[in-house]
Design a protein around this ligand. Structure first.
Ligand code: 13P
Length: 338
């Protein structure tokens, strides 16, 4: 079994980031609906094949997070290579989403709790055998009237810690993802406050559960204005507050932080990452990279539209290369529509 710390460091190696292609079947169906493609088992296989077999992807992508269905699927060319073997042959680490989704949090209004701990040990053992070397669990925190509650933050952080310790027991690096949603009219300062509060409890719980911090990857949101907030913070302000929040609240043992894109435009997600690395790279105890879903796939999905593989792969490569450059603060010329 490879050491967790070695795998975690590979996931966040400078110049590389993670492709989140782990949309659950309902989410994938929603994405397909937007391009008028029917969400069948075969079409999902074809789409993921298009993404994963993009020539040269391994230059910029260290790992791919998959959904259970995809982890069991194979390339669609005639040799039908299992995706896990295919990725492995390209030096890309296969990853698996293991939570079973964010559900209504009993006793509280408009808050969610992520489920999936029951039977997780056995599932992780199977995923390891299938070739997965890291996992993901996403907790969701909503900002609103009197929320998030302490109970919601604590319960989700507890879930993340239980998941993370089970992953490490079974040789998988846990991606620890506490996502503060962008939805709402809150200010960037509200996002800062809630993110700080959440990160503190998450690390308290991880440490309490004996999770090895040098064998995880943190996947946080950026500190950003709510989508409906009248005042949208500048790229500079987002970068400054995000870096400050992480610097003050993420222990330096953690090898890397890989952001989620969370609904930002592809260009903005790159610009924020780029500015943080450009300004603060010499002052970071961890590597700062990306684990984007939408911000890597959006253009590719549109270009694909069910059949245009080459155009879609070109779009994916463009976004992957841009964000790879952004991990070094060198992507200033790559933003198309800012
Ligand atoms: P987005 O980058 O689209 O937010 O997706 C990342 C992810 O994995 C969410 O869990």
């Amino acid at each position: 079994m490879e050491a967790l710390n070695i795998i975690a460091n590979k996931m966040v190696a400078k110049g590389k980031g993670i492709l989140a292609a782990d949309e659950s079947t309902p989410t994938c169906s929603k994405r397909f609906e937007s391009i008028g493609v029917e969400s069948t088992y075969e079409n999902r296989n074809e789409y993921r094949d298009m993404l994963l077999t993009t020539e040269g992807l391994n230059e910029y992508i260290s790992g791919v997070i998959m959904f259970d269905e995809t982890l069991r699927q194979s390339t669609t060319c005639k040799d039908k290579i299992p995706f896990t073997d295919y990725l492995d042959s390209k030096g890309i680490l296969p990853g698996i989403k293991v939570d079973t989704g964010a559900k209504e949090f009993a006793g509280f209004t408009n808050e969610k709790i992520t489920e999936g701990l029951d039977g997780l040990r056995d599932r992780l053992k199977e995923y390891y055998k299938l070739g997965a070397r890291f996992a993901k669990w996403r907790a969701v925190i909503t900002i609103g009237d009197m929320i998030p509650s302490d109970a919601c933050i604590y319960s989700n952080a507890h879930g993340l810690a239980r998941y993370a310790s089970l992953c490490q027991e079974n040789g998988l690096v846990p991606i620890v993802e506490p996502e503060i949603l962008m939805n709402g009219s809150h200010t960037i300062e509200d996002c800062y406050e809630v993110s700080q509060r959440t990160l503190n409890v998450v690390f308290e719980q991880l440490i309490m559960h004996h999770v090895l911090l040098d064998g995880i990857v943190l996947k946080p949101n950026m500190i950003i204005s709510g989508l409906d907030c009248n005042e949208q913070a500048s790229v500079e302000k987002v970068s400054e507050l995000t870096f400050k929040c992480l610097k003050d609240n993420v222990p330096s043992d953690v090898p890397g932080i890989a952001f989620l894109s969370g609904g930002q435009s592809s260009d903005l997600a790159t610009a924020h990452l780029n500015t943080m690395n450009e300004k603060y790279i010499d002052n970071m105890p961890w590597n700062l990279t990306f684990s984007y879903g939408r911000a890597l796939q959006e253009d590719a999905l549109k270009a694909w539209a069910g059949s245009n593989r080459l155009d879609a792969q070109k779009a994916l490569m463009f976004r992957s290369r841009s964000n790879s450059l952004a991990t070094k603060g060198m992507a200033a010329d790559m933003m198309q529509n800012l």
